[in-house]
Structures are given as structure tokens and as C-alpha cells.
Design a protein around this ligand. Structure first.
Ligand code: ADP
Ligand code: MG
Length: 394
């Protein structure tokens, strides 16, 4: 990686501002439903502590929109982090101000302070320079480990880096280097499995990956727009009429450059997304009026699984069907299981795809499951993320 990381920095005795992504799901009782994002930040925190640094953590949680919202306070996060680290985490009730400065002033080497939800300040999402400078003034080094927020140019993810020596945390480094190595020097055959709801969300990913992969496999809701582009009727399926042309252009370009693109040959259909009382399997060109394609069918599952098994590299983004419903989870599960069984280097990106892999208990069978939804999509699109671009080069 061409960016500096914590491993390139002299941390001993330094106040290190660390942007993390502790945007975890918290239920109505205030209980953290999934602490993966907290656990993923621990290596960086422990590394800085071990090197004698003082860790000042900055995070957002939810969308408080620039106001103090009690349910988005970070106290439950501090508690969980403290449990995982096995040591005290000093939680501040603000992100700026006299009390915060006092808490930071009292820190010893190896200690950890967590600031209050940074999005309680509207200046955060405005990428406000003065606010960023105020934040920066509380530390001596800035480390960004919030991969999940790296596609946002916010004060604590972007602007702040212009006021301090800066670098990537270990999670950030891992996320970027895994994706970069796969996109720049993939072992072939390189297969991309792209699904999910909408073509419009994924067109950038499809276009970037079409050039890089050997085989493109398409499923999920967005496959309907491609089926339509082939002249099939798709009944009441999720369809983006205004993207039919985009889909047919992509198919034409694939043919021009000799790239294989697979579309579902059969689909599981139902009467509605939340209605699994009637489910049928039909050929993809025979979706009846009033029915919706909600998953890839058994023949398609088998074919896609075979393609995945032959791959040396697999990128997967987007479920193959409405996997949240048992009746329509089979296609997504078949892909997840094939990737799990294969020897290929495998990367799963996208929030719902990661949730699916987690749901099927197969996350640890993948080479890498990205912690960032939007951020991982933008990396797959070949975009430069502002939170990464802002960091010091090596
Ligand atoms: P990711 O978050 O992994 O990038 P997306 O957000 O693009 O994935 O898509 C996930 C959503 O797509 C899921 O909620 C799933 O129910 C929905 N979906 C998948 N297949 C279909 C389909 N055939 N019809 C309607 N929705 C679908
Ligand atoms: Mg999603």
C-alpha cells in the first residue's frame, strides 16, 4: 500500500486520534446486536497501546443529523469495547470541549478514551475545516481505521488528515490491500458474482469488473432488468425500465470484448416479496403476469456454483434472491456454500451480502468479508475513497 500505516509511525507517548467505525446495530433495549465492527478495530487499538501511544477514539453511530440524540450515545459501545480489550475505556459525553481536553490530559501511555458520537455535530458531515482543526488540536497523530466510513468526506474522516501526520489503521490497511491485490493481479479464472436489488446501485461495479474478470455472473433483483434487455417478460418482478438500455449496452460490450456473462436460466417466483405461500420454479423466459422472480432457480444455482468452483478468484457482491425469506434464500446460500467450498481467493463486499454470509455461518470460510458496505462497493467500482486519499503517502 502506498499510504502510511500505523506501522510506519512513531507512536510512543503520542496522543493518537483514531477514527473507527463503531456504527453497530443497537436494539431498543440498548443491546449491541452485532459487535463485529468493534472487534475489527481492536488490533489497531491494541497495536497503538502496545507501542506506548494514547488512543483517542472517534466514531459515529446512526444518523443523529447534527443533534444530540440519546439513543445514539456511545456508552454501550464503550462498555463492549472495554470488555473486549479487558481494560478501562474512558467514555466522554462530548467530542469537544473542556471536559474532553481534561480527560485527554489525564491519559497515560497505553490508555484508551472514546469521544461521544461525532455526528452530534453538524460540522462533521459538512466536512467543516474549523471543526476538523479543533478535533486535530486534541491529538498529535491521526489514524483512520474506519473503512466503513472511508467513502465519506467528513471532518473526522477526511479534513482532519490535513492538520496532522496521518496514516491508515490495520483494518483499513487490510481492507484496501485485499481488494487492491485482487483487482490488480487476480489469480485467474477471476469470477465476479453480482446481485442485489438494483442495476442502478451496481452499474459502476459491473462496468469496472467486466474489464477485469473472466466471467460475470448476474443474479438477484437486478437480473430482471437484464432478462428484460434480452426481450423476456418479467411479470411483476422488480424492474428498472430506465436501465434496460444500460443492461443491453453492458451485454453488448461484454460480447465485443469476449467476456462471458451469465444470467439466470430459471428462477423461483412468488406473488410478492413478503408472500412465500406460493412458490414456483419456471424458466427465466416464462415469468407469468402477476408473478415476481425472487431467487435464482435450481438449474441456475448448479451452474453458478460450478463456475465459482472453477474460479481462482471470486468477488461476490449482492444476494441472488430475497435471502431474508427462507423461501427465497436458496440461491444466495448455494453461492455462499460454493465459495466456502472452493479454494479460490474470495472477497465478499456489500452490507447485505456480508449479512447473508453471516446468516449462513460461512463468514470464516471466505478469504475476506468486508466491514464496509458502501465503501467496499466504491472500491469495487475502482473509485478513490476520500478517507483513504487524505492520508499521508509513504
Ligand atoms: P449489498 O448490500 O450486498 O450490496 P443490495 O443492497 O444491492 O446488496 O441488495 C440486497 C437486497 O436485494 C436484499 O434486501 C434482497 O432481498 C434484495 N433482492 C435480491 N434479489 C431480489 C429479487 N429478485 N427481487 C427483489 N429484491 C431482491
Ligand atoms: Mg445493501
Amino acid at each position: 500500500m502506498e499510504k502510511k500505516t500505523v506501522r510506519d509511525m512513531n507512536l510512543a507517548g503520542k496522543k493518537v486520534l483514531v477514527r473507527v467505525d463503531f456504527n453497530v446495530p443497537i436494539d431498543s433495549q440498548g443491546i449491541i446486536a452485532d459487535d463485529k465492527r468493534i472487534r475489527e478495530a481492536v488490533p489497531t487499538i491494541e497495536y497503538i497501546c502496545r507501542k506506548g501511544g494514547r488512543v483517542i477514539l472517534i466514531s459515529h453511530l446512526g444518523r443523529p443529523k447534527g443533534k444530540i440524540v440519546s439513543k445514539f450515545r456511545l456508552d454501550p459501545v464503550a462498555e463492549r469495547l472495554s470488555k473486549i480489550l479487558g481494560k478501562k475505556v474512558v467514555k466522554c459525553d462530548d467530542a469537544l470541549g473542556f471536559k474532553v481536553k481534561e480527560a485527554i490530559g489525564a491519559m497515560k501511555n497505553g490508555e484508551v478514551v472514546l469521544l461521544e458520537n461525532i455526528r452530534f455535530y453538524a460540522e462533521e458531515e459538512e466536512n467543516d475545516a474549523e471543526f476538523a482543526q479543533q478535533l486535530a488540536s486534541m491529538g498529535e497523530i491521526y489514524v483512520n481505521d474506519a473503512f466503513g466510513a472511508a467513502h465519506r468526506a467528513h471532518a473526522s474522516t477526511e479534513k482532519i488528515a490535513s492538520y496532522l501526520p496521518s496514516g491508515a489503521g490495520l483494518l483499513m490497511e487490510k481492507e484496501i490491500s485485499v481488494m487492491q491485490s485482487v483487482l490488480s493481479e487476480p489469480k485467474r479464472p477471476f469470477v465476479a458474482v453480482i446481485g442485489g436489488a438494483k442495476v442502478s446501485d451496481k452499474i459502476g461495479v459491473l462496468e469496472n469488473l467486466l474489464d477485469k474478470t473472466d466471467v460475470l455472473i448476474i443474479g438477484g433483483g437486478m437480473a430482471n432488468t437484464f432478462l428484460k434487455a434480452k426481450g423476456y417478460q418479467v411479470g411483476s418482478s422488480l424492474l428498472e425500465e430506465d436501465k434496460v438500455k444500460t443492461a443491453s449496452d453492458l451485454l453488448a460490450r461484454a460480447e465485443n470484448i469476449g467476456r462471458e456473462v451469465f444470467l439466470p436460466s430459471d428462477v423461483a417466483i412468488g406473488k410478492g416479496i413478503d408472500d412465500s405461500s406460493q412458490v414456483q420454479m419456471v424458466q427465466a423466459d416464462c415469468i407469468p403476469e402477476g408473478w415476481m422472480a425472487l431467487d435464482i432457480g435450481p438449474k441456475t444455482q448448479k451452474k453458478y456454483a460450478e463456475m465459482v468452483m472453477k474460479a481462482a478468484t471470486v468477488i461476490w457482491n449482492g444476494p441472488m434472491g430475497v435471502f431474508e425469506q427462507e423461501a427465497f434464500e436458496k440461491g444466495t446460500k448455494a453461492i455462499a456454500e460454493a465459495i466456502a467450498r472452493s479454494e479460490a481467493v474470495s472477497i465478499v463486499g456489500g452490507g447485505d451480502s456480508a449479512a447473508a454470509v453471516e446468516k449462513f455461518g460461512l463468514a470464516d470460510k471466505m478469504t475476506h468479508v468486508s466491514t464496509g458496505g458502501g465503501a467496499s462497493l466504491e472500491l469495487m467500482e475502482g473509485k478513490i475513497l476520500p478517507g483513504i486519499a487524505a492520508l499521508d503517502n509513504k
